[in-house]
Design a protein around this ligand. Structure first.
Ligand SMILES: [Mn+2]
Length: 430
């Protein structure tokens, strides 16, 4: 892989903290040994964990009010991949990038794949975009796309999704994520059933064109841009449509796309049970679809979601193969720092979920011991697994402290000089 951050700098920083890291690791190892857990096994599992980075997350985000661009933002998908490679170089748990079309404008997809190969990166699910109009587009999505009343608009939206799959095949991806902004802003504006029938007719055409080894991820969202109703507004609508379409259609859970206080971990369990969990867009939120950094607000909720995922993994649940992706908007932080930190927070939830004493938990559940059952989860969550995460990164060639090394490298200042602002951003406001 092309060294984007000086490898000497990474080694020097790791060596500087090596003694402390070893002491912390040894201490945690003895704590876990008393619980019958072998720390090195956990470290190996942490090393195998991966979460994809969204290409659109590498630029500074914004809101519908404003966007405040920052220095050295990537101006095209090649530069976005370079930033993703820096993230992967330091955290070593983000080997794939999830692209977004047409925000990622590409003339030569083979060249893009080669660029990614050279950076040591692969591609995760490709995302289509029929929630906004593009320059020169013949028909408008103002009143919807896949569920539009006009068959010509629906055909245009279907064609775009087919095009995304063709591009994704060149890139080596194997899933298409479909999120539509279709909905209505006024009671009575749309006939709920007819609108959903039109959506299903369109998605069926996309589903039938899926390559054999591809999956279709349906992403639901409660509101916005439509503020009265949304076609695929909740996991119920999502799973109904996924069941209508077939085995290769599954439901993608974006943590910010639910009603407040919804029990997301239980939704995850339901989707696992019926083989309909596609994967995740990880982020955090306080009020709605805030796209805050993963684990910045509700780390316990994220842990409880991973508790369900690890439970399924350890039970060997059939068909369980979720795709993990970040989906965040970084409005006030350096996107590289946010994505590195968030990837580690998702990895942290996974490792903590591995600590849950499942046999004890099942026994407490069966004997209706609510207090001890919940304490079993808390015992795992309250364990500081930092030494495991740091050790996993160092063993993989990454940085013990990624943000510190990134800041010391001066990468942002360097790309600030190489990437004068074009006045445009391929990041969008999501
Ligand atoms: Mn999302």
């Amino acid at each position: 892989m092309t060294p984007l951050i000086d490898a000497g700098l990474v080694n020097e920083a790791n060596q500087h903290s090596a003694a402390h890291l070893q002491a912390d690791y040894d201490h945690l190892g003895s704590v876990l040994a008393r619980r019958g857990i072998e720390i090195d096994v956990l470290t190996e599992q942490a090393r195998r964990f991966a979460v994809a980075v969204p290409s659109w997350g590498t630029g500074t985000g914004g809101t519908r009010f404003a966007r405040f661009p920052s220095q050295g933002e990537p101006r095209n998908v090649f530069e976005k991949l370079q930033d993703c490679a820096v993230i992967q170089q330091l955290v070593r748990c983000t080997p794939r990038v999830s692209p977004h079309f047409p925000w990622d404008r590409v003339d030569d997809f083979k060249a893009l794949r080669q660029h990614a190969d050279e950076l040591g990166l692969g591609f995760d699910a490709v995302n289509s975009n029929t929630f906004q109009d593009q320059p020169g587009q013949p028909l408008s999505y103002k009143y919807g796309s896949l569920s539009h009343t006009d068959p010509a608009v629906r055909a245009q939206a279907v064609a775009h999704n087919l095009q995304c799959m063709e591009w994704g095949q060149v890139l080596g991806a194997s899933a298409l994520t479909v999120w539509v902004g279709d909905g209505s802003n006024f009671p009575g504006q749309s006939h709920f059933q007819r609108q959903l029938e039109r959506y299903l007719e369109s998605t069926r055409a996309i589903y039938e064109a899926l390559p054999d080894d591809w999956a279709m991820f349906l992403e639901h969202k409660m509101f916005e841009p439509a503020f009265y109703s949304t076609v695929i507004q909740d996991w119920g609508s999502s799973v109904l449509c996924a069941m209508e379409l077939g085995d290769k259609a599954r439901c993608l859970v974006d943590l910010g796309h639910h009603a407040p206080n919804v029990n997301i971990e239980m939704i995850v369990s339901r989707l696992i049970q019926f083989h309909k969990l596609a994967g995740f867009h990880f982020n955090d939120s306080k009020y709605g679809d805030d796209d805050l950094d993963s684990g910045s607000l509700h780390p316990y909720q994220q842990f409880l979601i991973f508790n369900e995922l690890v439970d399924a993994e350890q039970r060997g649940q059939a068909g369980f193969d979720p795709a993990y992706m970040l989906d965040q908007s970084h409005n006030v932080t350096d996107p590289i720092e946010s994505l590195m930190t968030s990837a580690q927070e998702v990895q942290r939830s996974y490792v903590k979920a591995l600590l849950v004493d499942r046999e004890a938990l099942y026994a407490y559940q069966d004997s209706n011991d609510a207090m001890m059952a919940t304490n079993t989860l808390k015992a795992a969550f309250n364990t500081d697994v930092d030494p495991i995460l740091a050790r996993a990164r160092v063993l993989e060639g990454g940085a013990a402290d990624p943000v510190a090394v990134y800041r010391a490298s001066g990468y942002r200042q360097q790309v600030g000089k190489l990437r004068p602002s074009s006045g445009q951003s391929g990041s969008g406001i999501v």
